[in-house]
Design a protein around this ligand. Structure first.
Ligand SMILES: Cc1cc2nc3c(=O)[nH]c(=O)nc-3n(C[C@H](O)[C@H](O)[C@H](O)COP(=O)(O)O)c2cc1C
Length: 157
């Protein structure tokens, strides 16, 4: 079988942006995780997909709520990305955010956010693939936080 660490190393050459995907549990408690396995899927209907590790603490709560928000991080949000890339604790403590109609957190200071309803879920090895229908999106713009070869990066121009 192809070595998982080698796959990580090779795919690390594919530069990406960084997002925090938020959701909530059945009682309305917020959850979220840092993610870069986010892909635009279809324009009509408007779909995107996210890949979620079955071992993530946030994982079961996508099934509770049936919806999520993709928050696209700005270049100055590296600390926030690190906070949401660790399990445990209240990641939202002291964090300015609002909620959408479904009660899912929308983070402040991001480049953009997309509010989605899960319309399909597929098995993907140790991850699941959630296909989200975009119900609402807002773009504010600015410089992105990037990830390349296992490190956070910033655009020079
Ligand atoms: C740059 C970056 C990208 C990541 N992308 C994903 C991803 O697409 N899907 C995923 O499940 N985890 C991803 N992770 C790992 C999760 O953020 C990490 O496992 C986190 O601890 C999960 O939090 P939770 O256990 O509280 O849900 C990524 C981490 C980093 C630093």
């Amino acid at each position: 079988m192809f070595d998982p660490q080698e796959l990580r190393r090779v795919m690390g050459l594919f530069a990406t942006g960084v997002t925090i995907i938020t959701t909530r549990d059945g009682a309305g408690q917020p959850f979220g995780l840092t993610a870069n396995a986010v892909t635009s899927l279809s324009l009509d209907p408007p779909l995107l997909l996210i890949c979620i590790d079955k071992k993530a603490e946030t994982y079961p709560h996508f099934l509770d709520s049936g919806c999520f928000v993709v928050n696209i991080l700005a270049g100055d949000q590296e600390e926030l990305s690190r906070r949401f890339a660790k399990s445990g604790g209240d990641k939202f403590a002291g964090l300015p955010h609002s909620r959408n109609q479904a009660g899912v957190p929308i983070l402040e200071g991001t480049l953009a956010h997309l509010e989605c309803v899960i319309v399909e879920t597929h098995e993907g090895g140790d991850h699941v693939i959630h296909v989200g229908r975009v119900e609402h999106a807002e773009a504010r713009g600015g410089k992105p936080l990037c990830f390349f070869q296992g490190k956070y990066r910033h655009l020079a121009d």
